[in-house]
Write a protein that binds this ligand. Structure first.
Ligand SMILES: Nc1ncnc2c1ncn2[C@@H]1O[C@H](COP(=O)(O)OP(=O)(O)OP(=O)(O)O)[C@@H](O)[C@H]1O
Length: 225
């Protein structure tokens, strides 16, 4: 379980998140909110990419401040911009790089890479330059690079923004089928409809916390006010 206790975060003098007390126990938690409401900042707190200015964030009881390495292993993070994540020039090298610290037997490493490439129709691009992939394919590669490590939790920041309908549905299905706990920030309300819980962020606070239908309707109403 991921837990936030009395969390606030400021960038310098500028408060961005405030008063967050949350226990994220459901398998799929969605996060919506207008531009600049704090969703990405919130997502980055969950795996210790950012530390709170006040309060604490724990993952299975491990504080992100004091157990950074264990937390990073448990919580995979997929960035909004895949170029922030894809570091190696060739697709398969990029996937293998993430796996290196796990020191898997070669056959297991190969099986994981093949499975994830097949799942997202990237098999034909295995030996291609990663930066020649389309925007959507890069987004899928970035997701694959995290899935291949089989983290216990997955935090996704806008995972469907660049995807066409087929790939959006594919990612939605993958998220539905994943055994991991997923926290996803998204402007794609359809993607979040079958989640277990949705948080609405406004000005760095959670103003609605409910099942998707109720939370998304409130969010749409508020945006029309
Ligand atoms: N590194 C930073 N330094 C200073 N301010 C920042 C930094 N990153 C984000 N902010 C500010 O914090 C606020 C929240 O940003 P954040 O990226 O968390 O919002 P968001 O809800 O994810 O937005 P979007 O939907 O546009 O992606 C914004 O006002 C932004 O300008």
């Amino acid at each position: 379980m991921i837990e936030l206790t009395d969390v606030a975060l400021a960038y310098g003098e500028r408060p961005v998140l405030n008063g967050l007390n949350l226990r994220l126990e459901e398998r799929r938690v969605g996060v919506v909110g207008s531009n600049g409401s704090g969703k990405s900042t919130f997502a980055r707190l969950l795996n210790g990419l950012l530390l709170p200015t006040r309060g604490r964030v724990t993952v299975d009881g491990l504080d992100t401040r004091t157990h950074a390495r264990e937390v990073r292993r448990r919580v995979g993070f997929v960035f909004q911009n895949p170029d922030s994540q894809i570091v190696f020039p060739v697709v398969e090298e990029d996937l293998a790089f993430g796996l290196k610290p796990l020191k898997l037997p070669p056959a297991e490493q190969e099986a994981r890479i093949s499975a994830v490439l097949d799942r997202y129709d990237l098999g034909a691009y295995r030996e291609h330059p990663s930066h020649h992939l389309s925007g959507g394919q890069k987004q899928l590669l970035a997701l694959s690079g995290v899935l291949v490590m089989q983290p216990a939790y997955l935090v996704l920041d806008e995972p469907t923004t660049l995807l066409d309908l087929r790939n959006r549905l594919r990612v939605a299905r993958a998220v539905r089928e994943l055994p991991q706990t997923v926290v996803a920030a998204s402007h794609d309300l359809d993607f979040l409809r079958d989640f277990d819980r949705v948080l609405v962020f406004e000005d760095g606070r959670v103003t609605v916390d409910d099942v998707p239908n109720a939370a998304l309707s409130r969010y749409v109403e508020r945006m029309q006010e």
